[in-house]
Design a protein around this ligand. Structure first.
Ligand code: ADP
Ligand code: MG
Length: 577
């Protein structure tokens, strides 16, 4: 019997765990019969055992400051979660949740289970994937695979049974993140063609909007003005009203004792809720269109659209999806369990309990290195299928240089500084003339999305390797989703800056070379020629001040031309000498 591997959906709002048993994927229920474990951890005063799940959520209403929720939003960030001093970071909070899930599984199976497949949003970068892996290790789990959520969902929906080359979209609106991915079935394998989304968009936004509305109706002077305890109660009331409105057309809302004695009571209709929800839900449209465009697929080429995430139970979400993709979405799988089910299936494949399904994932953002002039040089473009290894050869920009700094970047912007630094290191090489060194840089991304960067001086064969899994990266989670949007927004500026940088580099090479040539051979030049060169030099200097790349390029070309004769003279002299 092969060793069992747990499949885990470590969600922002809810987490689930399961395993393949006798060839069937199953999800475990906890002692209360619940399959969904809220991703919440309560840290009691005085340092007792943390409470995980529904119990922690109940404590949140009483002591919001000691309960951590949505820790996943901060995955990969350094530093503590401000809300609670004992939860030292998102990894520790996630580890507490994973410890609980492991226990649920072990109790159900009556055996030790210490391997797991854990899912992450498609947008998670290397640091966030590594942080998830470390959280698993802290919980005593060997993480055998980090799997993207839409890929897992596709498995759960059984999309592998569609016809060859079928294309599907996976729309995942959960509590805290939104992902949309376009997949294609090739030779029985899933391939993610493109993925897009927003790491700060989900059911939580619907709750906040509704809670603010309820607070306004209850006349408590705005949600911000109330105590944290009351905010938590309004949010809780909003969430349960929202969920009830997915089935009912109107629901009662009851909040007793909101200011000591007075209570609040109202009836909320689906129309009222939809008016608040529409702007939030509409924000998913642009991501759907972008994913389709990036995949090079039109909506009518899609063979299926599937819904994932608890928030896709909202009827307005389903209508919006139908509108955007021009077809009624498939809701045959349980939307809040689809990702977990896919993780379980993948775990089953890896343990040998299920055979014959292979997954291919893609890079959510481009990976590259900084080159001379501060430009981003892409080594592995966005949406490349992984695993992948790609290399490039670099040379020294300055004569006599002994080391080269390899700065590893992730992002879509033209200028290195606008992308995220994943880490950097130096490689030594044999000093020589400008352009004489040969440093090969190879990026390899494994199936978990963990990047290793190898740099090699081809002359000596000396190597340096950087593993990005523990990269000191300090980027705001929100920027992950914004990166692509920004690259589109700044496309023109970025391009102009790249052209400017190139032209400036050329001037910086040209000016000292001309000065040196004049010193060596200026004496034999005709006065008119010398004046012409002087004017061309002045024009380049003026253009350098000006900032227009076209002008600078033309000035460079004019200087090049004006010095043609001078260059010929120098060559002649060199031959004579
Ligand atoms: P995540 O993947 O972010 O952990 P889930 O897929 O579990 O999230 O979805 C959680 C979200 O789904 C929450 O915002 C929750 O309120 C919402 N949700 C769950 N059931 C319903 C429902 N019946 N109607 C509307 N929203 C729901
Ligand atoms: Mg989810």
């Amino acid at each position: 019997m092969d060793e069992r591997i747990l499949g885990i959906d470590l969600g922002t709002s809810n987490s689930l765990v399961g395993v393949v048993d006798s060839g069937f994927p199953i999800l475990f229920a906890d002692a209360d019969g619940a399959r969904l474990t809220p991703s919440a951890v309560f840290y009691p005063e005085g340092g007792g055992e943390p409470l995980v799940g529904a119990a922690a959520l109940r404590m949140r209403v009483l002591q919001p400051g000691r309960t951590v929720v949505s820790a996943k939003r901060h995955m990969g960030e350094r530093g503590a979660l401000a809300e609670c001093e004992r939860a030292s970071g998102p990894e520790q909070v996630s580890a507490a949740i994973l410890t609980r899930l492991k226990e649920v599984g072990e109790r159900a199976m009556g055996e030790n289970l210490d391997k797991a497949v854990i899912t992450v949003p498609a947008y998670f970068n290397d640091a966030q994937r590594s942080a998830t892996r470390r959280a698993g290790e802290m919980a005593g789990l060997e993480v055998v695979r980090i799997l993207s959520e839409p890929t897992a969902a596709a498995l759960a929906y059984g999309l592998d049974k569609l016809d060859e080359r079928s294309k599907v979209a996976v729309y995942d609106l959960g509590g805290g993140t939104f992902d949309v991915s376009v997949l294609e079935l090739n030779d029985g394998l899933f391939q993610v063609l493109a993925t897009d989304g927003d790491t700060r968009l989900g059911g939580d936004d619907l709750d906040s909007a509704l809670a603010a509305k309820l607070a306004e109706m209850a006349d408590v002077g705005g949600l911000e003005a109330t105590s944290p305890e009351l905010v938590a109660r309004f949010l809780e009331a909003a969430r349960s009203a929202k969920e009830a409105l997915s089935d009912a057309c109107s629901v009662p809302v009851l909040l007793p004792f909101i200011d000591g004695e007075k209570g609040f009571e109202t009836e909320l209709t689906r129309e009222e809720f939809e008016a608040l929800a529409r702007p939030v839900i509409d924000r998913t449209r642009v991501h759907c269109r972008r994913a389709l465009a990036a995949a090079g697929v039109t909506a009518d080429e899609l063979d299926a659209v599937v819904l994932v995430g608890g928030s896709t139970r909202v009827p307005l979400v389903r209508e919006t999806v139908a509108e955007v993709f021009g077809q009624v979405p498939d809701t045959s799988a349980n939307p809040d369990e689809a990702v977990a089910l896919g993780a379980v299936i993948q775990a089953g494949v890896m343990s040998g309990a299920i055979r014959d399904i292979v997954l291919l994932d893609v890079t959510p953002l481009s990976l590259g290195v900084e080159t001379f002039g501060g430009l981003m040089n892409v080594v592995i473009p966005r949406n490349t299928t992984i695993p992948v290894a790609r290399g490039e050869l670099f040379t020294n920009a300055v004569a006599g240089q002994r080391t080269m700094k390899i700065s590893v970047l992730q992002g879509e912007r033209e200028m290195a500084r606008d992308n995220w630094s994943l880490g950097e290191f130096e490689i030594d090489f044999v000093p020589g003339a400008k352009g004489s060194a040969r440093v090969g840089v190879q990026f390899s991304l494994d199936a978990d999305g963990i990047l290793s960067v190898l740099a090699r001086d081809t002359a000596t064969g000396s190597d340096r390797v950087l593993e990005i899994r523990d990269a000191a990266i300090d980027v705001d989670d929100e920027r992950v989703g914004q990166m692509v949007a920004e690259s589109v927004e700044h496309a023109f500026e970025d391009m102009n800056e790249r052209l400017w940088t190139g032209a400036k580099q050329k001037s910086e090479e040209l000016l000292p070379a001309v000065a040196q040539a004049l010193e060596l051979a200026g004496d034999v030049l005709e006065d008119a020629d010398e004046r012409q060169i002087g004017a061309a030099v002045a024009a380049v200097q003026a253009a350098l001040e000006g900032g227009d790349h076209g002008e600078l390029k033309r000035a460079n070309a004019a200087l090049d031309q004006a010095t043609e004769q001078l260059a010929a003279l120098l060559v002649e002299r060199a031959l004579e000498g």
